[in-house]
Write a new protein. Structure first.
Length: 220
């Protein structure tokens, strides 16, 4: 399950990165085109990637939810977790937390990151990000999933500080990270795969999902 999902998200991130290069090259070779037009078209492309990403994730998680249902249904012990022995809400709650929950978390995180980036940009006169970069960061946050977006944001923070120090020391001006957001996201997914499996934390992170955050916040 994770293999195909990780492959899909990495592929989408790579396609977005290619789109970034094509967008900039098009501006170089077609200088007569207004940059706002190119920006609009690129934003439209990103919206389509959002839709495609959501459909892929929804389809894969739905498939595994159905597979989980039949696995329980055919097991003489786990069948007691399903109707008529249990309400269907128990099963829906289980797959909601275990399969869909991590992506709900990453989507919420992407909204928060987007809001924070826009706030900082307004607060400091558009100093930190281009408009497109905020969209890229939000998409990267979502596609890295949970707990990948934690590694993603940590990577952004560490790299941003280090690069900013370098640029400050050599007086290079604004720190350009336009082409880094997608590679950072791909790196975060790889770190998630290798780090969690290497330290045996896959089960822990997989279990600590949406329902556990709810329990932490509301105590039940």
């Amino acid at each position: 399950m994770d293999f195909y999902l990780n492959l899909a998200t990495i592929s989408i991130l790579a396609l977005v990165l290619i789109g970034q290069f094509l967008r900039r090259r098009r501006r170089w070779f077609f200088e007569s085109l207004d940059d706002s037009v190119l920006s609009f078209r690129f934003s439209k492309m990103l919206r389509w990637f959002w839709i495609i990403s959501a459909l892929i994730i929804l389809s894969i998680q739905t498939y595994w939810s159905v597979a989980q249902y039949w696995a329980w249904k055919t097991n003489p012990l786990s069948q007691f977790f399903l109707p008529p022995y249990q309400s269907i809400s128990y099963f829906l709650g289980y797959v909601g937390v275990r399969f869909f929950g991590p992506w709900v978390l990453s989507f919420i995180a992407s909204l928060m990151v987007s809001w924070l980036a826009k706030f900082l940009n307004r607060r400091f006169d558009e100093r930190f990000f281009e408009k497109e970069e905020i969209e890229l960061i939000a998409l990267g946050t979502f596609l890295t999933g949970y707990p990948g977006f934690l590694f993603y944001l940590a990577t952004i923070l560490i790299a941003g500080v280090l690069f900013s120090i370098f640029y400050f020391l050599f007086s290079k001006g604004r720190l350009p990270l336009y082409y880094f957001w997608m590679p950072f996201a791909i790196s975060a997914i790889i770190i998630k795969i290798k780090f969690l499996s290497f330290f045996g934390l896959t089960y822990f992170w997989g279990q600590f999902s949406l329902g556990d955050f709810y329990k932490l916040l509301f105590g039940s």
